[in-house]
Ligand binder design. Structure first.
Ligand code: NAP
Ligand code: MG
Length: 496
């Protein structure tokens, strides 16, 4: 059996594929293994899906290789674009279902899940538009040569994605890889395999040739590691923790030196100057940390407020955070659902305990919410010092620290004081401050008077230990193409 009937409160009954999607078909794993998928709202088993082991990775890579060297190579760029645009249309037609599966499996609030699916469609369509605009150059050197460059696909791309945006990360990875003419073996996170399997069914419906997109459910240490060290995978793209990112690089170095792009963690500063519009700043600081239950690589988890407005800001931020509606992801007003898993829940609660023990003050939250499901109260810690674990390490939950700063120079120094560099924000009404501080922050994205404003046209990725390469925008095409130089000698001059 490679599908089951499931039901969500939002979209009713539907057919959920459970197989591995290899060479255009849903199949069982070679070893016949399955694993359970948990609903984080009630800790109950939703269903089981087939698990990919090394052998299945081999089969999927072989299918991707065959497609890459065969039909996909011969496909026109225009046709590649059409497939992606068709897939984007199908995402939109199935928006309610896909969003409901995200809420069921990941726990994210349904209103936010719908935004995610809309963004997936936007991303896929955008890269569909790029497919026939990937161009080389003619480069003049000497009169007797004609030189040009081509941007060729890299080949079979392994992609390993996390659970915090199960579909969005899928679209961010698939879009540019396919636009550039690669084939893909993508492994979803063990916690959230369901939506990508429905997306795989849409891949089939969109008419992609078999083997171009292969989707595997499985564990990082088995299927993920097999992809990262595979001798016939030409490139690996990874989103997840910095710890695993290092392992991916090592695996690439120890196998065939496959190309590596990494989108890793963060501990992003959200800096509020005294001249900021305070209502605006509070709403974006709240959204910056508590959106997606704090499970964002770019979460604004370190809040710094200029001392003259610190007390007022903290009081109002506390009030705002404690009003965030935490509960059933299918509730129309819900802003924050459960954390994704028991492991993540325990991890976050242990950081909260660590914060309390180290002398930080809980301004609001700090406890589990309810008795069932992985719900955690939105939590703000004050009275923190820069060396505390809760200020330096990525918590990946609804927990932030808040501290005051005196001058612009202080804000820049503390803003840059972690090993990460994914994102940052500056809130000010002074354009000079906005630009000066944005320029000085070591981060791949800086938002001004906003937070989490991601868009498929804008490159996203990390400075320092937050990653290598950029996703989204034109920049992502560099991850999935390699430049070939062709140099033609003209005339009949002999060498020497
Ligand atoms: P993770 O282990 O880095 O998981 C990300 C992906 O990598 C998953 O598909 C995972 O598979 C896979 N993976 C794990 N070990 C691997 C290995 N040795 N080789 C190849 N692939 C491997 O993240 P996590 O354990 O789920 O979460 C831990 C922390 O990572 C979080 O608390 C957060 O700090 C950070 N994180 C960051 C992001 C981000 O967006 N940057 C996303 C998720 C987590 P499994 O499904 O089996 O784990
Ligand atoms: Mg993991």
């Amino acid at each position: 059996m490679t599908s089951v009937q499931l039901e969500t409160p939002h979209s009713g009954k539907y057919e959920q594929p459970t197989g591995l999607f290899i060479n255009g078909e849903f199949v069982k794993g070679v070893d016949g293994k399955t694993f359970e998928v948990i609903n984080p709202s009630n800790e109950k088993v939703i269903t089981s899906v087939h698990e990919a082991t090394e052998k299945d990775v081999d089969i999927a890579v072989a299918a991707a290789r065959k497609a890459f060297e065969g039909p996909w190579r011969k496909e026109t760029p225009e046709q590649r674009g059409k497939y992606l645009v068709k897939l984007a249309d199908l995402f939109e037609q199935n928006l309610d279902l896909l969003a409901a599966i995200e809420s069921l499996d990941n726990g994210k609030a349904i209103s936010m899940a719908k935004v995610d699916v809309g963004m997936c469609a936007g991303c896929l369509r955008y890269y569909g538009g790029w497919a026939d605009k990937i161009e080389g150059k003619v480069i003049d050197t000497t009169p007797d040569t004609f030189n040009y460059t081509k941007k060729e696909p890299i080949g079979v791309c392994g992609q390993i994605i996390p659970w915090n945006f199960p579909l969005l990360m899928w679209a961010w990875k698939i879009g540019p890889a396919i636009a550039c003419g690669n084939t893909v073996v993508i492994k979803t996170a063990e916690q959230t395999p369901l939506s990508a399997l429905v997306a795989a069914r849409l891949v089939k419906e969109a008419g992609f040739p078999p083997g171009v997109i292969n989707v595997l459910s499985g564990f990082g240490k088995i299927a993920g590691a097999a992809i990262a060290s595979h001798m016939d995978v030409d490139k690996v793209a990874f989103t997840g923790s910095t710890v695993v990112g290092r392992q991916i690089m090592k695996a690439a170095a120890g196998s065939n030196l496959k190309k590596v792009t990494l989108e890793l963690g963060g501990k992003s500063p959200n800096i509020v100057f005294e001249d900021a519009d305070i209502d605006n700043a509070i709403s974006w600081v709240n959204f910056g940390i508590f959106f997606n239950h704090g499970q964002c690589c770019c979460a604004g988890s370190r809040v710094y407020v200029q001392e003259s407005i610190y007390d007022t800001f903290l009081q109002r931020f506390k009030e705002r955070a404690s009003k965030n509606v935490v509960g059933d992801p299918f509730g129309a007003d819900t802003f924050q659902g459960p954390q994704v898993s028991q492991v993540q829940f325990d991890r976050i609660m242990s950081y909260i305990e660590e914060g309390k023990k180290s002398g930080a003050k809980v301004e609001t939250g700090g406890e589990r919410k309810g008795k069932e499901g992985f719900f955690i109260e939105p939590t703000i810690f004050s009275n923190v010092t820069e060396d505390m674990k809760i200020v330096q390490e990525e918590i990946f939950g609804p927990v932030c620290s808040i501290a005051k700063f005196k001058t612009k120079e202080d804000a820049i120094r503390i803003g840059n004081s972690t090993t990460y560099g994914l994102a940052a924000a500056v809130h000010t009404s002074n354009l000079n401050t906005a630009i000066e501080v944005s320029n000085a922050l070591k981060a791949g994205t800086v938002w001004v008077n906003a937070y989490n404003m991601l868009h498929h046209q804008l490159p996203f990725g990390g400075f320092k230990e937050s990653g290598i390469g950029r996703e989204l925008g034109e920049a992502a095409l560099d991850n999935y193409t390699q430049v070939k130089t062709v140099s033609i000698r003209l005339g009949d001059a002999l060498f020497g």
